[in-house]
Design a protein around this ligand. Sequence first.
Ligand code: GLY
Length: 572
Amino acid sequence: MLIRRTLKKVAIVGLFALLLVPGLESQAYAQHELAGSRDASSKQGMVVAVSPDGAAVGAKILKQGGNAVDAAIATAFALAVTHPSAGNIGGGGFMLIHPSDGGPPIFIDYREKAPLSSTRDMYIDGGSRKNHRYVGVPGTVRGLKLAHEIYGSLEWSKLVEPAVRLAKDGFSMHAGLAGSLNFEVKNSINDEFKRVYGKADGTQWKSGDRIVLKDLGATLDRIAKQGTKGFYQGETARLLVEEMKKGGGYVRQADLDKYRARVRTPIRFKYREYDVYSAPPPSSGGITLAQMMGISEQFDLKSKGRWSTETNHIMIEAMRRAYANRAMYLADADFVSIPKYLTTKSFAKYLSTTIDLKRATKSDSLGPRITEEPESKETTHFSVVDKNGMAVSNTYTLEAAYGSEVVVRGAGFILNNEMGDFNGKPGVTNRRGRIGTPANIVEPEKRMLSSMTPTIVGKNGKAYLVTGSPGGRTIINTVFCVTLNVLEFGMSAREAVDAPRMDHEWFPERVRFMGADKPRFATLVKELGAMGHNVQDTNGQGDANTIMIKDGIYIGAADYRYGAAAGVMGRQ
Ligand code: GLY
C-alpha cells in the first residue's frame, strides 16, 4: 500500500512535467529525450519501462544503432540496478521477440528452475518466503545471453556496461524508490539487505538521494567481461553458493552448471484479423489469454460497448473459465502433458456456450475445487521497438517485491523467491485462492508455473501492439483487458492502458474492479452484483508499459499507475 501510494505520487509529478511542455507529444520527446515521460512518440525507436533511468539506457542503445534485443538486454541489466524490487540478475523471466523481417516470433524462456535437491513436500510446512529456502536457480543472465547470441548486434559488454556504471557511480533516487526502500529496509529480517539498501547514516531515503551499489557493480562488471561465466561460474557463483549454504538454501554449483535458457515457440492465436503471440508454458499466460480472447470473440462485444454490463459479464465469465483450466492443466510442459485443445477456436466456442448471459456461474460448478498458492504482485514489464520494427516484450521477476530479500554477500544482487510459485501444499485446497493441483508440484529441475504474459500483436506480419504487465496472477487479466481494449474497442494505447481493469481468477470467487468506487461505473457494478458477481474495489492492477505502432509511428504509453517512464530515441 505504502509503496503503491508513493509511486502514484511520482507518476503524478511526471504527468505535470509533461503538461508544462507546450505542444505535448512532439515537444515532449525533444525535452524529455532519454529521460522519463508518460507518453512519447517516435519513428526511430521506443523503450517503455517502469524506471526512467532503465528506459533511458535502452533508448541510448537504440540511438547507438543497437536493435530492439540489444536495447532490451541493456534495459534489463539497468533495471536490475534502478528497479531492485523486480529488475534482476538473480531471478528469471520471459522475452518475446518479433523480428522485423517477417520471420516467426520467438520466445526465450529464462524462468528459474527448482534446484536438483528439491522434493515434492519441501514447502509443506509453509513458513516465510523471505528466505534462502525459496530461492530457485536464477535464469536471467543465461536468458539475456541467449537472446544476444540469436539476435544481438552490438557487443555484449556494451549492453551491460551502462548497468555497471549506474551501480558503481550511483544513481539519483525518485520518491517511489525511496519510499519503497524505506518500507522494505525497515521490515526486512535480512542484515545484508538492510546494509546494502539502507542509508548508511540510518536515516530515511528521500527523492534525489544517490545510491551506490558497489558489490552489484563488480558482479555486473564480471558479467560484462565474461558473459554467463561471470555469473554461473567463478567468483559470483562461489559467493552465491556460499550464501545458499550459510542460509539453508538449496542452489549449488551443479544447479548453476545445469541451468539453460530455452528457445520456445510462442502461443499463437488469431483474434479477428490480428495475430496474437504470447507466453507458452511454463507460463500460463498465453494459453489462458487465448481462451479469454477466444471466448470474447464469440460475442460482438464492440456493439455492446466496453462498459456495458453484458460485455463485462462476458469478460468475467471468460476469466473464470480460463483460470479454472489454468489451475487444472498448466505447468512446465517439459514435465507434464498439457492438452492441445486449450488454445483452439472450437474449445473457446464451446466455453462460450457454457456462459449464462443473465447469471454469474458458480466457480465450484467448473470442476473440482483445487487451490493454488497466492502469487505476489511484483514483477516488471518493459516493451521495446527499434527503427526497423523489431519488437521485444519482456517480463521478468524476483517473485515477491525484492524477492527473497537475500542479497548475496560480496556480490550485491538480490535472489528470487520463485519457488513459492509451485503448488507448495499438494492437494491442499481453500477458497482463498490456494491451489494444490498435481501439475505444478515441485520436482527437481522443473520450472514453476508463471503468470507472466509478455505479448505482441501482429498485423500483416508486423508488430502492432507490444504489451505485458507485472501483477502475479492478475497479469493475464491485465493483458486481456489492454489487448481487448485495442483490438475490439479500437482504443488508443493511452486509452487502453488507462482504462480501469478487472480481475477474476476462478477462486477466490470475486471480481476486483479498479472502477468499482467511481460514480461513472455505479450502475455497472450494481447490475453485475444483481447477476451474482461479488464485485470489489481494488486500488491498482498491473503496470502495462505498452507500445503501439500505427502508420509507422511508435506510440509509447507508460502506465502511470505504478510509476512509469517512456524513454524515446530520435525525433519524428
Ligand atoms: N512470480 C510471478 C509470475 O511468475 O507470474
